[in-house]
Write a protein that binds this ligand. Structure first.
Ligand code: PAF
Length: 301
């Protein structure tokens, strides 16, 4: 499936060794190069590639990690089935000019007995945190480890995982990491479905039904544009759109503020209109990050 197509691409260097990874990045920085880092779990789509392109534009050296992180999956979740295709990923990363792909083995990232975890409190209990206990602890733990192994200037995350991006930004601030967190816009299919590696789980009918997620976000945006600020009125219209699709089983539909991730009664300031739903065996999330003020609404980031 050609999803990019820049022509003659160089394959990125593949590094699996943790110490070698850190050595290469430190050496580049000592030589005065800036380093951009894109942490991923692989199985690239255009969303991932847009992060890599942004990192390419803004840095001398671009490192992408591919690591399906076991600690962020619950015991009944899809860690084993999560799609993986290293060869394809390397070729795609090469096409957008990535220099290095870091692909560490699980047993080196979590040598037994592994005992140390990083947890951000207060903003990880709502939205996805409420449905995936321990998920954000796994994310912040692995991202901390990755930031130590790839001590970059900037790290790039997609706004599709808005709560994850804001949790990581808070962790970076609280733990004084010397890295800039760059949040990049969600990349969508033509019909609005947000790009996700988990979209491969969708059958034909489910794929069609899944467009209801973005349609319900558009309804929220239109109401806000017309001046509606009452959260429950907006949420009930969003539910109406989702309820028209029996294949879509919503987990949550919320409007929260970007700082505390708490549900708002009145929609004002920097907010996330967020939802998660099961469609077949896929769990899909999507959101709009918005600034809402007297001027109107602005799409973030
Ligand atoms: O967004 C992802 O792909 C993952 O949660 C991340 C940030 C790479 C951590 O495993």
């Amino acid at each position: 499936m050609p999803i990019c197509g820049r022509g003659e691409a160089l394959m990125p260097e593949l590094i699996s060794d943790l110490k070698e990874m850190r050595r290469v990045v430190k050496e580049a920085r000592r030589a005065g190069k800036t380093v951009g880092f894109v942490p991923t779990m692989g199985y690239f789509h255009r969303g991932h590639l847009s992060l890599m392109e942004r990192a390419r534009e803004e840095n001398d050296l671009v490192v992408v990690s591919i690591f399906v992180n076991p600690t962020q999956f619950g015991p009944t979740e899809d860690f084993r089935e999560y799609p993986r295709d290293l060869e394809r990923d390397l070729a795609l990363a090469g096409e957008v000019g990535v220099d290095i792909v870091f692909h560490p083995p699980v047993e080196d990232m979590y040598p037994p007995p592994y005992r140390t975890y990083v947890e951000v409190e207060g903003i990880t209990e709502t939205l996805c945190g409420a449905f995936r206990p321990g998920h954000f602890r796994g994310v912040t733990t692995v991202v901390t480890k990755l930031f130590h192994l790839v001590p970059a200037d900037r790290a790039y995350f997609g706004a599709k995982d808005a709560q994850q991006a804001l949790v990581i930004r808070k962790m970076v601030e609280d733990l004084n990491f010397d890295i800039e967190v760059v949040i990049c816009p969600t990349v969508r299919e033509e019909d609005g479905l947000a790009m996700s590696s988990r979209n491969v789980y969708l059958g034909e009918e489910e794929r069609r039904a899944a467009t209801a997620l973005y349609r319900s976000l558009c309804v929220a945006r239109d109401l806000l544009e017309k001046g509606e600020r009452n959260s429950s009125s907006i949420l009930s219209e969003m539910h109406r759109v989702l309820d028209e699709e029996p294949l879509v089983r919503p987990e949550y539909v919320e409007i929260v503020d970007c700082q505390e991730m708490r549900p708002l009664d009145r929609v004002e300031g920097e907010v996330v209109v967020a939802l998660a739903a099961r469609v077949g065996r896929a769990r899909l999330i999507d959101n709009l990050m918005l600034r809402v003020d007297e001027e109107g609404i602005t799409l973030l980031p």
